[in-house]
Write a protein that binds this ligand. Sequence first.
Ligand code: F6P
Length: 325
Amino acid sequence: MPKKQIKNIAVVTPGGDAPGMNPAIRAVVRCAISSGLNVLGVKRGWQGLIDGDIVDLHLKSVSGIISKGGTILLTHRCHEFKEKTVRQKAYENLKAFNIDAMIVIGGDGSLKAAYQIYKETKLPIINIPASIDNDIYGTDYTIGFDTAVNTAVNAIDKIRDTATSHERIFIVEVMGRNSGSIAIDVGITCGAEAILIPEIPFNLDDVTKKLKQGEQRGKSSFIIVLAEGAGHAHDIAEKISKKTDLEVRVSILGHMQRGGNPTALSREVACKLGAAAVRALLDGKTSIMVGMLSDKVVDTPTKIAVKRKKDIDRDGYKLAEILSA
Ligand code: F6P
């Protein structure tokens, strides 16, 4: 049977937002229109597909958004989408709006949902990895990761000033429920004395020993970067406080890491992957993720991207330990 010609594509940004989603939407819209396609925007992630909250996007709809954090399409954590009956409603809207293909800009949850939709409908779907967590197989960078790291580093540079003045230990919690990628890059680039992440088991006695060795060499303040998923910052602070003479304070950076103007790198990745996603659809690809590997755009079948686990930067983790002596 000849493949149906693609005329109308939809773009959606489900799950947690990431700085750089807007430049990715812009690239998709502008590349698609320049190739003669019509573009629809699905509002609030999968919720908009269920509700039929779908709007036309034009060249002008994406003006002035390249430098803006968040997503102009809005988003929502749509847990109901796991139910088949709910997804069925979304599939009826795909037909009602004559959607021939979809571009999904999101993190690991969005990737899994997109694969489910593809399996159930055979709708061509191209995924663009966007998440501050950088935890998706098949890409060196997810859109938003670099911005989140820079935001956290800027914050920790300020915390370092007060930590030094007061001769305190700071435990700074960065985002990453299941991933230590932000913590590792932030730890290396702000000179953290310790990095605690979910992927590498740690012992607080060893952490304290390292702090004490530092004290013996004349250090009087320390930054410990803790990934959200590695433990409770206040519990760890209490334990470390009992084992050392220094005061311990906690700073939880939280959702500020998800906002702000995307960095040049987040924008560049977004522009290139947005363009690659449209090209992939025009080339007849049906279920892939476009990613950046060694500065080149590379396709990975979605089936593989959802199955395989990306490893953390273990060499970077070790390097941070050496550099913070
Ligand atoms: O997946 C990105 C992320 O920012 C995680 O690092 C974090 O644990 C989670 O989203 C927070 O989600 P929410 O905004 O729903 O609280």
